[in-house]
Design a protein around this ligand. Structure first.
Ligand code: AMP
Length: 402
């Protein structure tokens, strides 16, 4: 059983082929700069193994259809490919950013499901059309293969109204579905499942706080295995301090910037999404560069680190209050998995809540999931690598076996 996972962006297609029996990756790659003068396809067969083989192709890739066909040509290449024909793909899982209130779980793609994804375009005007491009192309190339949509928002559809409503005129919710949705749901769900396994109890009995710190950052409060609150909102801008996104700001900032800086809404939106966060504070958005700069005495880099980890602490405290009893805190994604300093700073001063980090375990580097709390910590602390592609493949497997 070989599954293909597709994450289609506006000018890119990320993909993986996974052998489901062993959950091993047979091929992974990225088509990028679709529609530009020169596009690029980077593919790796058998990544992380002795048989690993990388190739890069640069040529004009006018659209997603051409991009996907180049990928298929590579995958079915008689000499180095990993499948003979497209019929060897059992199912395809597609990442879809916004399922709105229509999707509480992944769905087998049918014309009605496509309509529902289209209906949610106003909530994700950049992402959903790009995701739909990937689905359309895959349906043309693999007309008989079942295709499954896996939504970033679905895991958070269990949030209760008091957590998902903004205190705005109710008509905005009724007429335009303005509310908090949350994102990174596939990642939060995946690490929550892995954490339950490590805790040795059913997910339905676990209260967890999952902390996804990558370029995008979000935190989720999970009660009895389901999301009850999460830090991202109507769009992926609310909450924690991210690489280039501000997270929480005073909503009156827009008026201030318009009145004092003459900025229009589009430029304010770009400022908050692309020029803020760690980058806005210190000019760098990669945490590795920030640590180097801090070590060299850069005050702004130190400030950026402090602002981000203080915000993490504030949300951790809030979610401790939301949940009451917490079995474990889980760190994941690029920063969460690799950065001992950010983890330690984010947990600083939380000993009164029974959160006790083991500095030695926290400092050890490993690729595997691991516990980094002291044995006397009432809340266990884990680092669990996220794997969104595998999570999407598993979701697709569940849906097609129904
Ligand atoms: P992601 O979005 O999960 O791919 O995370 C990307 C971010 O993770 C990068 O922008 C870096 O800030 C951070 N990152 C990756 N590797 C490391 C590392 N070894 N130490 C600290 N931060 C890292």
């Amino acid at each position: 059983m070989k599954f293909l996972v597709i994450n289609s962006g506006s000018s890119s297609i990320k993909y993986q082929v996974i052998e489901m029996a062993t959950e091993s990756v047979l091929a992974t790659g990225l088509v990028e700069r679709i529609g530009e003068a020169v596009g690029r396809l980077k593919n790796t067969f058998y990544p992380g193994t002795e048989r690993e083989r990388e190739s890069v192709l640069e040529q004009a890739i006018p659209d997603h259809d051409q991009g996907m066909r180049l990928v298929i040509a590579l995958l079915t290449d008689p000499e180095q490919g990993i499948i003979g024909t497209t019929s060897e793909i059992t199912a395809i899982g597609h990442r879809v950013v916004h399922g709105g209130e229509d999707f509480r779980e992944s769905a087998l793609i049918t014309p009605a499901i496509l309509d529902a994804i289209k209906r949610n375009i106003p909530l994700a005007p950049l992402h959903n059309p790009a995701n739909l491009d990937g689905i359309r192309v895959a349906m043309e190339i693999f007309p008989t293969v079942p295709q499954v949509a896996v939504f970033d928002t679905a895991f958070h559809q269990t949030m209760p109204p008091h957590a998902f409503m903004y205190a705005l005129p109710y008509r905005l919710y009724e007429q335009d579905r303005v509310r908090r949705y949350g994102f990174h749901g596939t990642s939060h769900r995946f690490v929550a499942g892995e954490c339950a396994r490590l805790l040795g109890k059913p997910l339905a009995e676990c209260n967890l706080i999952t902390v996804h710190l990558g370029n995008g950052c979000s935190m989720t409060a999970i009660a009895g295995g389901v999301s009850v609150d999460t830090s991202l909102g109507l769009t992926p801008l609310e909450g924690l301090v991210m690489g280039t996104r501000s997270g929480d700001v005073d909503p009156a900032l827009h008026l201030f910037l318009q009145q004092n800086k003459g900025m229009d809404l589009e430029s304010i939106d770009a400022l908050l999404n692309k020029e803020s966060g760690l980058k806005g504070l210190c000019g760098m958005n990669d945490m590795r560069d920030i640590h180097k700069a801090v070590a060299a005495g850069d005050q702004r880099a130190a400030l950026a680190l402090n602002v981000q980890t203080y915000r993490n602490r504030k949300y951790l405290g809030a979610y401790m209050a939301v949940l009451g009893r917490v079995d474990a805190i889980v760190f994941t994604a690029g920063i969460g998995e690799n950065d001992a300093i950010v983890r330690a700073e984010s947990l600083k001063g939380l000993e009164a809540f029974g959160i006790r980090l083991d500095p030695e375990k926290n400092g050890q580097r490993a690729r595997e999931a691991r516990c980094i709390s002291r044995s006397d910590s009432t809340v266990q602390i884990f680092v669990i690598p996220t794997n969104e592609e595998l999570a999407i493949a598993r979701e697709a497997a569940t849906v097609v076996s129904r």
